[in-house]
Design a protein around this ligand. Structure first.
Ligand SMILES: [Zn+2]
Length: 100
């Protein structure tokens, strides 16, 4: 990033692109929740203990305040309908995180 302060080079636009990608990655990492297939739907959870990995059969508390059991991460599970309450909670969290 410091290189951008130097004289423009043919790679400057590429650096800017990489910088943009880094920023979008940081924003997504800031979202304090994860989506997880559970109990026949896609719920979001803010349970940080489980960040990045959910054990099949483990009970977690979703953003909709339901206790749900984590399903096997199959492709079918990701086609389950999104929990509407989790969805609105997740949007609220994402928006508050973006303002920081
Ligand atoms: Zn839910």
């Amino acid at each position: 990033m410091r290189r951008e302060l130097a004289a423009p080079t043919p790679t400057s636009s590429r650096l800017a692109l990489l910088d943009g990608l880094c920023q979008s990655w940081e924003v997504s990492e800031m979202h304090p929740f994860r989506w997880v297939p559970a109990d026949g739907g896609r719920h979001a959870t803010a349970d940080v203990r489980l960040a990045g990995a959910y054990a099949t059969g483990e009970t977690i508390v979703a953003l909709c305040a339901r206790k749900v059991t984590v399903a096997k991460s199959t492709e079918v599970a990701w086609l389950w309908p999104t929990c509407a309450e989790c969805n609105s909670e997740a949007h609220a969290l994402a928006e508050s995180g973006a303002e920081r």
